[in-house]
Write a protein that binds this ligand. Sequence first.
Ligand SMILES: *Cc1c(COP(=O)(O)O)cnc(C)c1O
Length: 354
Amino acid sequence: MSKFFSKKYAKLTPYVPGEQPKDIQYIKLNTNESPFPLPKEVIESARAEAEKCQLYSDPTCTELIKKASEVYKVKPSQILPTNGSDEILNFAFMAFCDKDTPAVFADITYGFYSVFAELNGVPYKTIALKEDFSIDYKEYLGVNATVFIANPNAPTGLALSKAEIEEIVKSNPDNVVVIDEAYVDFGGESVVSLIDKYENLLVTHTFSKSRSMAGARLGLGFACEKLIADLNTVKYSTNPYNVNRMTMEMGRTALCRQDYFDEKCKEICAVREFVATRLRALGFSVLPSKTNFLFITSPAISGEKLYKKLKARGILVRHFEKERIRNYNRVTIGTREQMQTFLETVQAILEEEK
Ligand SMILES: *Cc1c(COP(=O)(O)O)cnc(C)c1O
């Protein structure tokens, strides 16, 4: 740390992204990316926009918002596109949390929530997941804090129902409730349709997981007009051109190809169930997932050892050092072929352990 670094950041521990090693060609099952390429027209749209890059991107994101409003059946004024959904989560911490409005989220959830809280000097408390790693929605009723819930949750893959989320939103009328639906397209129940009913609900989506655009960085926030206006105040005070030309047009054309992504999500879900069944037959405990990953543990091998042995054989999964989940690994669902290789490799590793 240099002597110039602001004191307010001295204790900040940054988020650690999943590794992206370059030494060999790994089967990457560690960052929940899509294994499928984008449709041709989406890539072409980025090329065409690259030709116009001497001009700034549209700060109002008008065409993208127009298309998103058709697809999601909400008003254009209820949408805010951002540079990945991480950006809108950070905007939410900036806009809706304070010294006297702390944040609250689960003890085991998306690692960025605590980082954004610390970055913004926001006090926060965590609520422990139940023994089975599910969220008890009752613990979030009337909490007097800005609520952040990943639904489905990561890295567990478990989801709350729309009715349970609605109870949480209803019981916290004086606080914003942020529902991070990064994985909702793989089997969760979205609450976007509730934004007209509740002035305190913000729902965030990403194009990184179900829409094959992790590297392009695009997120969408959905909320009532007033919350979106607040978030826009933050956006225009940090980076008015937060979504670049290529990404903006890719997002719009991707939304025109919902048929393609729906089919890919179905495929991921089918492969997920196949892999879960096979892993259970190998003695693993596998949480019932509503996402594009599985959270798994085996009594026959420690979480860390399995992670290391898979890596040595060219397969990357995500292992977290956190106490409660140290014996688990989070495995992204890849193509059927990749998962076949994964299963064969796991089986071989278990044989060695005998
Ligand atoms: C991946 C992920 C995000 C962030 O997605 P980006 O749009 O790539 O920034 C947000 N929340 C959760 C729970 C995620 O897993």
